[in-house]
Write a protein that binds this ligand. Structure first.
Ligand SMILES: Nc1nc2c(ncn2[C@@H]2O[C@H](COP(=O)(O)OP(=O)(O)OP(=O)(O)O)[C@@H](O)[C@H]2O)c(=O)[nH]1
Ligand SMILES: [Mg+2]
Length: 215
C-alpha cells in the first residue's frame, strides 16, 4: 500500500500525517462529526459542503504526535465536482457515515463503498461505519442489528453516535482515534526520525504487532 506519509513540522518535530476521508449522503452529519472531533463543538448552523473541507487535529498515540487530517467531503453530487479523484489519493482511512433516522442513507452506503473500491483504495486501508444522529431516538429507522451485519460483512467497526449530543463527544473522538491507532500499528507506515519513541506495542514471534493502543 503506497502510504506516502507527508510530514509537517510542528515546533521543529516532523509529524506524520494520517489522511482520513469522511463520505456519505448529504445531510447525514459528516461536517458536524468532523467539527466535533477537530474543534470539540457542534456548529450552530452548517451549510451543505461544497467540494471538500479540511480540518486537522494533532493527537498523541504511544508517545508519538500524529496529525490527523480530516477531509470532509460533499455528499451532494452537484457539489462534488471533479475532486473525487483527489479525495481518495493516498488516503489512510475512510469513515462511512449514514443517518440512523434516514434508511435511504444507510442503503446508499453500497454506492459509497463502490465509489471507494472504484478508486482502488487498498484493502489494508482501515474503514469505519458511523450511524449518526442517535440523539433522535424516536426517529430511528436503521436498527442496530442491520447496521452491525452490514459492518461485519464489510470488515468495519460500527459506531452509533451523535455529533450533536455533547455526552457523545468521547465516542466521536473514538471513531477517528480507532483509525489512527490502526494506522500507527500498521508496520508499513515508515517512521520518520531516528529516535523512535518508546512504543507500548509488543511484537509477537511472527512479528505481528499486537496493538495495545490507548484508544
Ligand atoms: N439531531 C442531530 N442533528 C445533526 C447531527 N449531526 C448533524 N446534524 C444536523 O444535520 C444537518 C446536516 O449536518 P451536516 O454535518 O451539515 O451534514 P453533511 O453530511 O456534512 O452534509 P453535506 O455537507 O451536504 O454532505 C444539520 O442541520 C445538522 O445540524 C446529530 O448528531 N444529531
Ligand atoms: Mg458537510
Amino acid at each position: 500500500m503506497a502510504l506516502a506519509t507527508s510530514s509537517i513540522s510542528e515546533d521543529s518535530v516532523q509529524l506524520r500525517i494520517f489522511k482520513i476521508i469522511v463520505i456519505g449522503d448529504s445531510n447525514v452529519g459528516k461536517t458536524c462529526l468532523t467539527f466535533r472531533f477537530c474543534g470539540g463543538g457542534f456548529p450552530g448552523s452548517s451549510e451543505a459542503t461544497i467540494g471538500v473541507d479540511f480540518r486537522e487535529k494533532t493527537v498523541e498515540i504511544d508517545g508519538e504526535k500524529i496529525k490527523v487530517q480530516v477531509w470532509d467531503t460533499a455528499g451532494q453530487e452537484r457539489f462534488r465536482h471533479s475532486l473525487v479523484e483527489h479525495y481518495y489519493r493516498n488516503v489512510h482511512g475512510v469513515v462511512f457515515v449514514y443517518d440512523v433516522t434516514k434508511l435511504s442513507s444507510f442503503h446508499n452506503l453500497r454506492t459509497w463503498l463502490q465509489e471507494c473500491e472504484g478508486h482502488a483504495v487498498p484493502a489494508l486501508v482501515p474503514r469505519v461505519l458511523v450511524g449518526n444522529k442517535c440523539d433522535l431516538l424516536e426517529q430511528v429507522e436503521v436498527p442496530s442489528g442491520l447496521a452491525l451485519n452490514f459492518a461485519k460483512a464489510h470488515k468495519m467497526v460500527l459506531f452509533e453516535t451523535s455529533a450533536k449530543d455533547p455526552s457523545q463527544a468521547k465516542n466521536v473522538e473514538k471513531i477517528f482515534m480507532s483509525l489512527a491507532c490502526q494506522l500507527k500499528a500498521q508496520k508499513s507506515l515508515p517512521y520518520r526520525g531516528s529516535n523512535r519513541p518508546h512504543s507500548s506495542n509488543e511484537r509477537d514471534v511472527a512479528g505481528v504487532t499486537k496493538n495495545i493502543c490507548p484508544c
